[in-house]
Design a protein around this ligand. Structure first.
Ligand SMILES: [Zn+2]
Length: 296
């Protein structure tokens, strides 16, 4: 496997299985910008592949789409080598400032390391130099391009998407859903179903020409991006209807979550601790309950 590929002019992807890492690097080579940081277990692989792409140059900045353990895990280790600034939402900044949250992110990363037989003593610690951005902000890249910032809550409350101009490339984190290698899309409305659906509509309205997904794939071409996001929306609504029906039978969130895991997540996109998956699925059941079932 080649260490990286060029997806579009000045847009590279580090070929890390399950965790494609997008690096923006223009012609003048003034350091690059990366989107998200994957898991701690991949830090060594990312560092090597970055070196293959950048040589002795360093990343100037890393933008975080949200604060999940599998998007920030390698951050603190990579910062040792690259000393980049981190750009994220205020909520992500707050999470990374919390000792309790940092310990939780480290714990899930240690579990992921165990699954990968990584016995090193690496740890996730609080990253440095985090700058908060919000809807409507613009992030100027070292190469003269810019990223527009969009708030896309629903997957988490801290989620952001970034749109590259020029180029019309959308970095949506997990707000667009997570795609399996089979092409099937898994909705992940962990903090709010309604906000997740509204965020998907917002992403559709951006008319991106390339959708750089955080896991497994990138979708190229405006028509394909639109079809993907519409498919994601349809899957999201289908899963909600299913959860509403199950909640009509019983309000045992844990049991419904197990049922979803068995029926919908039989071929998990992301290898990872089952605990993290169960937390996610239970959160979706609770969100549907509070927004559609519960009588106030
Ligand atoms: Zn996520």
């Amino acid at each position: 496997m080649r260490p990286y590929s060029e997806l579009a002019e000045g847009l590279f992807v580090l070929n890390v299985p399950m965790f494609p890492l997008y690096v923006l690097r223009g012609g003048r080579h003034q350091g690059g910008a990366m989107i998200d940081c994957a898991v701690l277990a991949k830090a060594g692989e990312i560092r090597e592949k970055l070196a293959a792409l950048l040589g002795s140059e360093r990343l100037a900045m890393t933008l975080l789409t949200h604060s999940h353990y599998d998007h920030v895990g390698a951050c603190s280790l990579l910062q040792e080598a690259h000393d980049f600034a981190i750009i994220a939402s205020q909520r992500t900044k707050d999470v990374l400032d919390s000792d309790k949250a940092v310990a939780f992110i480290d714990d899930l990363n240690q579990k992921f390391k165990a699954l990968e037989n990584d016995r090193s003593d690496s740890r996730f610690i609080r990253p440095r130099s985090v700058r908060a951005v919000a809807e409507g902000d613009r992030v100027d890249l070292p190469d003269g391009r810019r990223l527009e910032v969009y708030e896309t809550p629903g997957h988490t409350r801290c989620s952001l998407a970034f749109l590259l101009r020029p180029g019309n490339v959308l970095f949506a984190g997990d707000a667009a859903g997570v795609v399996e290698r089979s092409g099937r899309i898994k909705p992940l409305f962990l903090s709010s179903y309604s906000m997740y659906e509204a965020s998907l509509q917002k992403l559709l309205g951006l008319d991106a020409d390339l959708l750089a997904l955080a896991h497994n794939a990138a979708v190229q071409g405006r028509g394909r991006v639109r079809a993907f996001l519409e498919g994601s929306l349809a899957e999201t609504r289908r899963l909600k209807e299913k959860i509403v029906a199950w909640l009509g039978e019983s309000q045992d969130f844990a049991r419904i979550a197990e049922r979803i895991l068995a029926e919908e997540y039989d071929a998990p996109t992301l290898l990872g601790p089952r605990e993290a998956l169960l937390i996610n699925v239970t959160a979706m059941v609770k969100s549907v309950f509070h927004e559609f079932v519960k009588v106030p």
